[in-house]
Design a protein around this ligand. Structure first.
Ligand code: IMP
Ligand code: MG
Length: 191
């Protein structure tokens, strides 16, 4: 072991370029509250949780274990069409649901809502398939850059300022999805 060195080796989770916004404990406590609310709301209803890949996978895994009801899960993967760097609001379905949602109560499970363009279009698509109801649960809501102001967000984990965050399923160029907390990347130019 090196002596006289005070420099600690950093790992992906202790990377000094990350500033924690919500800890693992904060997240766990909030999801427990959401689960209690959803358990009461969907009692006696045929519930299907629809996760939007890939970002929602961690939230989905934790949230469903706090909903004490019979339910099923399904996943969709969509990509937003971009015109340069701006989202056009049109989405391409990369992976569709495996099962019909006709007469089911659908709860869309999303990682974060930013402009709201992706989810607005997704709700329109699912709405044409005869669901009994469609609601949205998002882990994070970033209302400031919202373009679709009319989008109704039914359940929210945390409302955050207009900052780019990573972890708990959210990525920056594919990285950081495995962080067990939500963090801001202090200097995005540093790998
Ligand atoms: P929008 O609401 O159509 O703008 O798209 C939301 C999507 O943009 C999310 O599902 C994320 O994939 C991505 N996104 C928006 N803000 C962030 C962020 O702060 N970190 C990581 N991904 C984000
Ligand atoms: Mg997403």
């Amino acid at each position: 072991m090196a002596t006289g060195s005070t420099k600690m080796a950093t790992t992906e989770f202790t990377n000094s370029n990350l500033e924690v916004m919500y800890s693992e404990a904060d997240i766990k406590a909030r999801i427990k509250e959401l689960g209690t609310e959803l358990t009461a709301e969907y009692a006696g209803k045929d519930l299907v949780l629809v996760g939007v890949l890939k970002g929602s996978c961690v939230f989905m895994a934790d949230l469903m274990r706090e909903i004490d009801l019979p339910l099923t899960i399904d996943f969709m993967s969509v990509s937003s069409y971009k015109d340069g760097t701006k989202s056009t609001g049109d989405v391409e379905i990369l992976k569709d649901l495996s099962n019909s949602i006709r007469d089911k109560h659908v709860l869309i499970v999303e990682d974060i809502i930013d402009t709201g363009l992706t989810l607005t279009r997704l709700v329109e698509i699912l709405d044409s398939r005869g669901a009994a109801s469609i609601k949205i649960a998002t882990f994070l809501d970033k209302p400031e850059p919202r373009i679709k102001k009319e989008l109704v967000v039914d359940y929210t984990g945390f409302v955050i300022p207009n900052k780019f965050v990573v972890g708990y399923g959210l990525d920056a160029a594919g990285r950081y999805r495995n962080l067990p907390f939500i963090a801001v990347v202090i200097d995005p130019s540093v790998a």
